[in-house]
Design a binder for this molecule. Structure first.
Ligand SMILES: C[C@H](O)[C@H](O)[C@H]1CNC2=NC(N)=NC(=O)C2=N1
Length: 98
């Protein structure tokens, strides 16, 4: 999976095909807040996402409060967004659907 930084038009195009995520104000990450029925569902989502992150060798910046999970994805090594961020975001959207 490529780790080259995507240019702004590519980021904007990828975002139009990605439900629920927004570009951070600084343009360096994409963000989404997921809300679940309860803590167990939130934590199950985090477990699945963590395993996917390990497989991709690409890891979320996230925090969990009770039944919400706030996620920011960026590629620190590239100093911005890459295809890996969008791949992990797509997988997280699938896991959130249950
Ligand atoms: C050496 C290792 O591949 C890198 O440090 C990876 C690990 N996971 C990572 N995750 C994220 N989100 N960004 C990175 O730049 C990154 N780099």
């Amino acid at each position: 999976m490529p780790r080259e930084k995507l240019d702004k038009p590519s980021v904007e195009e990828a975002l139009t095909r990605l439900e629920g995520w927004a570009l951070a104000l600084d343009g360096l990450s994409i963000r989404r807040t997921f809300t679940f029925k309860n803590f167990s569902e939130a934590f199950a989502f985090m477990t699945r996402s963590a395993l996917a992150a390990e497989k991709l060798d690409h890891h979320p910046d996230w925090s969990n409060v009770y039944r919400t999970v706030e996620v920011a994805l960026s590629t620190h090594d590239a100093g911005g967004l890459t295809e890996l961020d969008f791949e992990l975001a797509r997988r997280m959207n699938v896991y959130a659907r249950g």
